[in-house]
Ligand binder design. Structure first.
Ligand SMILES: Cc1cc2nc3c(=O)[nH]c(=O)nc-3n(C[C@H](O)[C@H](O)[C@H](O)COP(=O)(O)OP(=O)(O)OC[C@H]3O[C@@H](n4cnc5c(N)ncnc54)[C@H](O)[C@@H]3O)c2cc1C
Length: 380
């Protein structure tokens, strides 16, 4: 398989590199060090239209599918993984709306999201646990022309920021049907009863805020249900599968950044008169990192092509997410080791990479959950 980008993808990557080098690289470290959401930089990014990359041009998108979205996540993560996090968590609700929403919902929400007029968040994980997506407890009760939603979600990324406009929530509409009784709803910011908690400081995704969300008797029109009643689980599993490709692409960008930093420090550092890259103890793990980066790139490209062709892709996606996020952790670790003691100091960018890589193994399905999906292949 050729990895070459097509003409549109090359233009996309070049445009992203312009933003990444011109605006993101010179300005983002101060925000990451302070664990602060970069509002002005994000506004600049939104105005460039990259949030719509994957989606239907009829709704203002770029039409480049998951392959395009993976390029965006990778290029942003090469500079700052947290910026890619904001992008990919905005993409999850957009994916649910784009794939399953009515024309009315798409015009009302997908279009302004593609135009970058606001950012979105998704509410799946609850305080009682996120790995078992089917065990959601948030309730949505039908009442005349409305649904009334009550319950809470945790770790909802993007939801606490000034640019946040809307969340997609998975809630129980029909408890007697178990996992078939879940449905998804669009809830705009400002709906009475919708409140947001405070972001905490995290070891990774430092500039992205991840907050608790509360719905207390929150009344929304029936038209805000995405797709069919009872399709919530199917919708979120597909959304998470696409999200896993974007997490893998974030891991790929992060691993490339780790190797770049290791290269530029390692080539200049002499100890006892000899360059540290004369020691195979450092270069062999970096050779492994380069090999794994290549493998992850192929896996991401393959999983994205399957997703865009509407072919089965959950198994490949789980393998891709598992492999790419674990390899990013190894790349971050050896890059820090190359820096010796300096790698322990926050002035050195490499110091943040192990934490940034670590969270990737947890969200959008932990490494254990990916292994569970893959291990199903073993049953007769
Ligand atoms: C930075 C960050 C951002 C996030 N953003 C969002 C967001 O925007 N929206 C959202 O809805 N969620 C978000 N999440 C939540 C994330 O998806 C969950 O944390 C994740 O799915 C795990 O759920 P949990 O934290 O409840 O862990 P639990 O489900 O309680 O799991 C705890 C541990 O048990 C293991 N485990 C659980 N079940 C099994 C099993 N069957 N077999 C083997 N091991 C198992 C898990 O792998 C994990 O190690 C975010 C999380 C983080 C860290």
């Amino acid at each position: 398989m050729l990895l070459d980008l097509n003409e549109d993808e090359t233009m996309l990557r070049n445009g992203l590199q312009q933003f990444a080098e011109g605006s993101l690289r010179p300005n983002i470290k101060a925000f990451a060090d302070e664990h602060k959401f970069p509002t002005a930089l994000m506004k600049e990014f939104l105005a460039l239209g990259f949030m719509g990359t994957a989606y239907d041009p009829n709704y203002g998108g770029g039409g480049l599918g998951t392959r395009g979205a993976a390029i965006v996540a990778e290029q942003l993560a090469r500079i700052e993984p947290g910026f890619a996090a904001i992008y990919l968590c905005n993409s999850a609700p957009m994916t649910t709306i784009a794939r399953y929403g009515s024309d009315e919902i798409k015009s009302k929400w997908l279009e302004p999201l593609c135009r970058g007029e606001m950012i979105a968040s998704f509410g799946v994980t609850e305080p009682s646990g996120g790995s078992d997506v089917a065990s959601v407890k948030m309730r949505a009760v039908e009442d005349g022309d409305s649904f009334v939603l009550s319950g809470s979600k945790v770790f909802s990324t993007n939801a606490g920021t000034a640019l946040h406009g809307v969340t997609t929530f998975v809630a129980v509409t029909d408890p007697e049907l178990g996992p078939r009784g879940l449905s998804t709803f669009v809830v705009p910011v400002g709906t009475p009863g919708f409140t947001v908690g405070k972001p905490g400081r995290k070891i990774g995704w430092r500039i992205a805020d991840s907050v608790e969300l509360f719905l207390d008797g929150c009344r929304i029109p029936k038209a805000n249900m995405i797709g069919n009643r009872g399709d919530g689980l199917k919708q979120i599993l597909t959304t998470l599968s696409i999200g896993r490709i974007l997490v893998a692409a974030t891991a790929l960008g992060l691993a490339r950044k780790a190797v770049d930093l290791a290269k530029s420090y390692g080539n200049g550092r002499k100890v006892g008169g000899a360059g540290i890259f004369n020691h195979q103890g450092l270069t062999f793990p970096l050779a492994d990192a380069l090999t794994n980066i290549h493998a992850a790139e192929l896996m991401i490209r393959n999983a994205s092509c399957l997703a865009d062709a509407d072919r089965p892709f959950r198994l490949e996606t789980s393998m891709t997410k598992l492999f790419a996020t674990e390899m990013a952790g190894q790349a971050a670790d050896i890059a820090l080791q190359v820096h010796g003691g300096y790698g322990a100091f926050e002035e050195y960018e490499v110091s943040s990479l192990p934490g940034e890589a670590r969270v990737l193994r947890i969200l959008e399905g932990t490494s254990e959950i990916q292994r569970l999906v893959i291990a199903r292949e073993l049953s007769a």
